[in-house]
Design a protein around this ligand. Structure first.
Ligand code: FMN
Length: 212
């Protein structure tokens, strides 16, 4: 089995974390420094991570997450936000390529115009959906990197986004996509992996799924 397959198969959503484990900032920095290589639409990089390690703040996030116990015992709570207006930064993102001559001025201007038109014309619902789409892709990669570095995770949607927004002062421009609890899993609480559908049930070639 190759390393990636082993890593993917060994990642589990932690049921419970060992409490009192501190995660070194250097470990988090290393994980994030690799996570930047995640793909994003037009390379707009709309994902922003809010990392909560402060105990008082963790307690508040625990409340916002409907008191799911694993949130209380996690070493870090990482909120993946999607920036609905990240596309407006497209000229800054591409500036280096312009200066290096990888993009001509004409190509650069066209990219900036096209990307702005793409998001402006599709409107706010699309901008929100796309922010979540990009943040979740990044978050999945983050969880695999964390696992590779010896840290367990649990992706979570069980939280009140309005309460979370209030607690963390999240500006309207950002949409909370996913809460990731990170720590050392208490493996005595690990369950057998849940049923997975066979490939034939979730993949169809040259056709759509049948309406159920
Ligand atoms: C989008 C998303 C939201 C989830 N929300 C929660 C959650 O709020 N609480 C929780 O305990 N687990 C949550 N999970 C974890 C799933 O229950 C878990 O991934 C699934 O049961 C499969 O188990 P595995 O990840 O160990 O393979 C979530 C997973 C995803 C992908």
């Amino acid at each position: 089995m190759n390393n990636l397959e082993t890593l993917i198969k060994s990642r589990r959503s932690a049921m419970k974390f060992v409490s009192g484990v501190e995660i070194p900032k250097s470990d988090l920095d290393e994980i994030f420094s690799i996570s930047k290589f995640a793909p994003s639409a037009f390379n707009t990089q709309p994902t922003h991570y809010v990392v909560v390690t402060d105990n008082d703040l963790k307690e508040k996030v625990y409340e916002a997450a409907y008191k799911q116990y694993k949130v209380k015992t996690a070493s870090a709570l990482i909120i993946a936000l999607g920036d609905t207006k990240a596309y407006k930064e497209i000229s800054r993102i591409n500036e280096g390529m312009l200066h290096l001559g990888i993009l001509s001025k004409q190509e650069f201007d066209k990219e900036v115009e096209d990307v702005n038109n793409f998001y402006d014309s599709r409107g706010e619902t699309f901008q929100k959906e796309d922010a979540i789409r990009n943040a979740c892709l990044s978050a999945m990669q983050l969880m695999l990197i964390a696992k590779d570095k010896g840290w367990d995770t649990c992706p979570m949607i069980g939280f009140d986004p309005d309460v979370l927004r209030q607690i963390l002062n999240i500006p309207d421009q950002y949409v909370p996509a996913l809460l990731i609890a990170m720590g050392k899993a208490d493996t005595t609480k690990e369950r057998a992996r849940g049923y997975r559908k066979p490939v034939g049930e979730f993949v169809s070639y040259n056709s759509s799924p049948v309406q159920q």
